[in-house]
Design a binder for this molecule. Sequence first.
Ligand SMILES: [Fe+2]
Length: 242
Amino acid sequence: MGDYIDLHCHWVAGIDDGAKTTADSIDMLRALVDVGFSRVVATPHMRAGMFDNDRAMLEAAYARTVEVVSEAEGMPTLGLASEHHLDDVVFGQLIAGRGLPYPPAGRAVLIEFPNERFPLKHRERMFELRMKKMRPVLAHPERYRPVWKDIGVLDPLLDGGTVLLLDVAALVGKYGRAAKRCAHELLEEGYYYAACSDAHRASDAKEVAKGIARLYKLVGDEEADFLLREGPGRICEGRVED
Ligand SMILES: [Fe+2]
């Protein structure tokens, strides 16, 4: 247990629906360290009309938060990326090279769909990102209504090089019964490449811990270790193999 890499977490202060203050950031990061994460990449939202953040705003907020967080004891290794909602505005920024890919390699980007339906032209857009040498990492597929009906809707995306990121807390019902059932099915069918916390506050770490325990029980040590360490490590280093 331990040494996990979290690719999805909202610990940057005052920029989205995650940490409000740097004290919240420190509490959240400490709670995630306790759960076993040694590296936690911040992924604040970029979403048109809801979180109108651009790269410069996120970089500035990250720098302000890190200035305080780095003085605290027992912090994990930190990094900055973003959760990019696949709308016209954010997609345009991504294609123009103004998104925030995963450090250090900068070869993969976290993408979020709306929960109710897949966005128009999502396949083409995910493919375009691949063409730009940015591998799409799809956030919480278990929360998307079209996937509840048929996990096969993800197949064309996987064929196009997208990898899937599990919110571990979905396994213990944090997002409801349909998402829980869907997460189990995707896990069983080997759809996921990595698992994350998607924590928004320190108290989320409780369900994350339960989710990780459940993950180990469901798939065993080797697969769970891959999803929490090797998979996310490869995404950061840009060495995901097709
Ligand atoms: Fe998120």
